[in-house]
Design a protein around this ligand. Structure first.
Ligand code: SF4
Length: 394
């Protein structure tokens, strides 16, 4: 048997894979056990201001369902069959005690399913802190901004009570600086992948992002930096793959095997909407001003776009996606949305219209986090890649 020598990349990705596979959240338990009294707060996709949790000295933990390794038994009893899978597997995680390490859960306003889940959580886990985090649907500072600051102030107050001491502006500014570093590292990772997708395959980039769901941001930033340094020292084969953007996977996550299948079929994923919380705010948030105002301004004026974010006019639809296509040099878009995901599937035809108008090839399919059959997806994305290479070249 041939032994493949370990590259410097391998141990980093192995660690991220272990964190990804661990549905018992042992990394969170270990972080809490290291200092008595520490608290951890879970949050669902797409975005919460994690700076507030960090400023309260707590660990923010991204909850992304149970993936393809969790058998959902009790969770199915809570939702109709025509509802996506992430709320069922999240309920399953909760009812099986896997989320007992969390002291609270945040449910951002993304869709009715998550809103309902927040209500169920309040009933099921009465001893835990639960908050539905509403975000503005208006992007004027004096209207949507005022609302959002009030919403964040409520959360800040609650977290202060939970730790027994109010969260100060200085603490918040320090946390904004920590997350600025983290966002910069994630941006560098995405820029590197777009430039050399054969060097940084998305299966690895994905695992790196997932590690950020359970690790403190400082440690996550360091891991990304280590990966970027390590991966550039290994020469990996470059293929004539089609460069694609993935759209629609911002909430329930595709199985890792699905991401690998897309890549193996001849596509380089050069941008995506996985775990948008890591790059929702698009640039540096000033860390020396009024922290709530700065976080609000960044959300209102300098944030990413997804189906769950309100857009006031039809003209805005697809602008963010087209920008992703152009800045990443993508040749096509794969719409990969969870089955029964209302926001993604309602938006999809509007985005398809925009792409068609701009002559950007696109294809679409649905998945569930426990999708097992990869052959049809691999065939579809492979045919899509071939069609780009054969017929889209100028
Ligand atoms: S997958 Fe879609 S429908 Fe389901 S909870 Fe997430 S955003 Fe809502």
């Amino acid at each position: 048997m041939t032994t493949i020598p370990l590259t410097p990349v391998a141990p980093i990705i192995e660690r991220c894979q272990q964190l990804f596979d661990d549905l018992d959240f042992n990394a969170v338990k270990a972080w809490k056990a290291a200092v008595p009294g520490r608290k951890a707060i879970g949050y669902m996709p797409v975005y919460v201001p994690r700076e507030l949790i960090h400023a309260a000295g707590m660990l923010s933990v991204g909850i992304l369902g149970g993936g393809d390794q969790l058998e959902v038994i009790q969770g199915d009893a809570y939702y109709q069959s025509y509802i996506c899978r992430i709320p069922r597997s999240t309920i399953e995680l909760g009812l099986t005690g896997r989320l007992d390490c969390l002291d609270g859960m945040l449910f951002p306003s993304i869709c009715d399913v998550i809103r309902n889940l927040s209500g169920m959580w309040q009933i099921l886990f009465k001893d835990k802190y639960v908050k539905y985090v509403d975000v503005p649907q208006n992007y004027v500072d004096s209207i949507g901004g005022t609302f959002y600051i009030q919403e964040m102030e409520l959360l800040r107050e609650d977290l202060g009570k939970l730790r027994g001491k109010p969260v100060t502006d200085a603490e918040l500014n320090a946390s904004i600086a920590v997350y600025n570093d983290n966002r910069a590292a994630v941006r560098d990772l995405y820029t590197y992948r777009a430039a050399k997708p054969w060097q940084a395959p998305t299966a690895e980039v994905y695992l790196l992002l997932r590690a950020g769901m359970v690790l403190p941001p400082e440690e996550h930033t360091q891991i990304i930096r280590e990966y970027l340094a390590a991966v550039d020292t290994v020469a990996r084969p470059k293929r004539d793959n089609a460069r694609v953007v993935i759209n629609g996977s911002f909430c329930e996550q595709p199985p890792l095997a699905l991401i690998k299948s897309i890549e193996m079929s001849g596509c380089y994923i050069v941008d995506d909407d996985f775990m948008l919380v890591t790059r929702w705010l698009l640039d540096e948030v000033p860390a020396d001003g009024n922290p709530m105002q700065e976080l609000s301004k960044a959300f209102l004026h300098r944030s990413a776009t997804t189906a769950a974010k309100y857009e006031a006019t039809r003209e805005e639809k697809g602008v963010f996606l087209m920008k992703q296509v152009h800045t990443r040099g993508a040749e096509g878009v794969i719409f990969a949305a969870p089955s029964f995901c209302d926001p993604a599937l309602l938006e999809r035809p509007m985005l398809q219209d925009v792409l068609t108008k701009h002559k950007i090839p696109h294809t679409a399919f649905k998945f569930a986090e426990n999708t097992g059959q990869m052959a049809p997806i691999r065939e579809q994305s492979g045919t899509f890649a071939d069609s780009i290479k054969l017929w889209s070249a100028a």
